[in-house]
Write a protein that binds this ligand. Structure first.
Ligand SMILES: [Zn+2]
Length: 348
């Protein structure tokens, strides 16, 4: 028996062992009348067990996940796996090659493009393979993001509320196994077209992450996520021996649960230089000064102050100092402490 998916080259999903292949993304432009942009995929199968889909490079300028998944592909032997690991370490390969959130090829945010179109542009083709082919064949999904060039997050798991008590319980258990410093919760479908939304719709437990940002790699965050990823794969039952990874160490603080809401973002109302007045993870009260923007040329114009819209924790800070009218400079997340409130996970 074999199981091939059109447009996924070099992979038989029914075969045992380690296979390396690629998503065949068709692209036609001024330089190429019929080129292929190959997005790499690895499949490791080691007998009966769950199927886990691991993704990085959904945005091209987010790096911890790309490194960790390349490392997993090279270091794991099929005998280490019970079930099947499907790993896509550079999903939006055109954006990854350019080191940008979206590629100049189509300028489409892949994480808003699901379910995509098989006959669409590159990001839409990838989206259709993820939503239409891969998510339906897996038991668990993790999509590893960081803040990217534009921002930095508290190092966190990133999870959609609900959508059912059963899925929510699976998600919180996965967060506990991954054991990040923070867990950021958002309302389901707040961001339509995301991989998280597609997994929710398919009833597949999924967590995402936001590991730092600024278009670079944080060593402490990378190390913590490496341990967490092994622990999570052990929790999901796809790694034979995840014991060496360990769970949380006694020295680590418990996971802090915070929530992004429609009130969280602070937008600049002025173009100029953004000065952060608060740091990531800092607790603030509604009305506290959190940012200033300074005019570049108008020396007689006073700087503009921006204030926390709600009580909470500074969860995201803008990275490049130059901002425009409408740029989000900080996000303040509701602080739930070390446990997410029971019953708060239903869509409202
Ligand atoms: Zn991202």
């Amino acid at each position: 028996m074999s199981l091939h998916i059109p447009r996924i080259r070099g992979i038989d999903f029914a075969a045992a062992g380690k296979q390396l292949g690629y998503l065949e993304i068709e692209h036609s432009d001024n330089e190429n009348d019929a080129a292929v942009i190959p997005s790499p995929i690895a499949v490791l199968s080691g007998g009966d067990g769950p199927t886990v889909l691991l993704i990085a490079g959904t945005h091209g300028d987010e790096y911890e996940g790309q490194i960790l998944l390349q490392e997993l592909i090279r270091s794991l032997h099929p005998d280490d796996v019970t079930g099947r690991l499907i790993i896509l370490p550079a999903l939006n390969i055109a954006a990854v090659r350019e080191g940008r959130r979206v590629s100049s090829v189509d300028k489409v945010n892949l994480n808003r493009a699901l379910p995509g179109r098989a006959d669409g542009g590159p990001a839409e083709q990838i989206a259709s393979l993820i939503a239409g082919e891969l998510i339906p064949m897996v038991d668990f999904v993790m999509d590893i993001h960081s803040g990217g060039i534009a921002s930095e997050y508290v190092p966190s798991a990133f999870v959609y509320q609900g959508p059912t008590p059963e899925l929510w319980a699976e998600k919180t258990a996965a967060v506990a196994a991954f054991n990040p410093p923070y867990s950021v919760v958002v309302k389901p479908m707040l961001k339509a077209g995301s991989i998280s939304g597609a997994a929710d719709q398919a009833g597949v437990p999924m967590i995402s992450t936001e590991l730092g940002g600024r278009g670079t790699v944080s060593l402490p965050i990378l190390n913590r996520a490496r341990t967490g990823l092994r622990s999570l794969l052990g929790h999901w039952g796809v790694l034979k021996d995840a014991s060496s990874a360990g769970g949380s160490s006694d020295a680590e603080a418990p996971i802090r649960w915070v929530e992004l809401t429609a009130q969280s973002p602070v937008h600049s109302t002025m173009a100029g230089l953004f000065e952060p007045v608060v740091d990531l993870g800092q607790k603030v009260r509604a009305g506290d000064l959190v940012a200033r923007v300074h005019s570049v040329e108008e020396l007689d114009r006073p700087s503009q102050d921006f204030f926390a819209p709600i009580d909470g924790v500074v969860a995201i800070v803008r990275h490049p100092a130059l901002v425009n009218v409408g740029t989000t400079v900080v996000n303040i997340a509701v602080d739930h402490g070390t446990t997410y409130p029971e019953g708060n996970h239903e869509p409202s």
